[in-house]
Design a protein around this ligand. Structure first.
Ligand code: CA2
Length: 175
């Protein structure tokens, strides 16, 4: 699954429409990256992760991005190296990262290293409250590269993460 949404809810001025169409003015790009097994969302374990599918998460992110004047690239992979390559790409292309590293958050020093070297604001999201679950889920290696971590709020955590990133980017621009 891999899609880019360029969207905006508020009305464009004529000048803005021309500028974006000609590539002069681009919306800030946020990579929304999802790790292993998240393609199973809504299909199994609804008591833990709810009934929303990954498609529903993508739609929520697209709608939220539209309202915030952000562009998003929404991706999911079951492969650690792929996730790392996507994070590496972000350094040159994106303004921020929302990542649900899933199981790799608990295990992957390599993913942590990639996130650190991206030098971008990162919000880590977990759908479930990992602190109310098994002890091995209480610690995430990747969180130390994150500006903020959201867990336990279901898929709404993705929308909150995009909102937080929009504010962080705006603050950066105003400095
Ligand atoms: O709560 C989260 O978002 C997690 O990142 C989800 C991971 C888990 O390893 C983390 O500890 C917390 C699991 C990915 C989702 O796996 C599913 C498996 C079957 C059905 C639905 C989801």
């Amino acid at each position: 699954m891999e899609k880019t949404h360029f969207c905006r809810l508020t009305a464009w001025t004529e000048a803005e429409r021309h500028a974006t169409a000609r590539g002069i003015m681009a919306l800030p790009l946020i990579a929304v990256l999802n790790g292993p097994n998240l393609n199973m969302l809504g299909l199994r374990e609804p008591d833990i992760y709810g009934r929303a599918t990954l498609g529903d998460v993508e739609q929520l992110c697209a709608e939220t991005a539209e309202a915030l004047d952000l562009a998003i690239e929404f991706r999911q992979t079951n492969h650690e190296g792929q996730l790392i390559s996507w994070v590496q790409e972000c350094r040159e292309r994106a303004h921020g990262i929302v990542i649900n590293p899933a199981g790799y958050g608990h295990t992957s020093v390599a993913l942590l290293d990639a996130l650190l070297s991206a030098e971008l604001p990162v919000i880590e999201v977990h759908i479930s409250n990992i602190h109310r679950r098994e002890a091995f889920r209480h610690h995430t290696l990747t969180s130390s590269a994150a500006t903020g971590v959201i867990c336990g709020l279901g898929i709404k955590g993705y929308a909150l993460a995009l909102t937080a990133l929009a504010e962080l980017i705006l603050d950066e621009d105003n400095q």
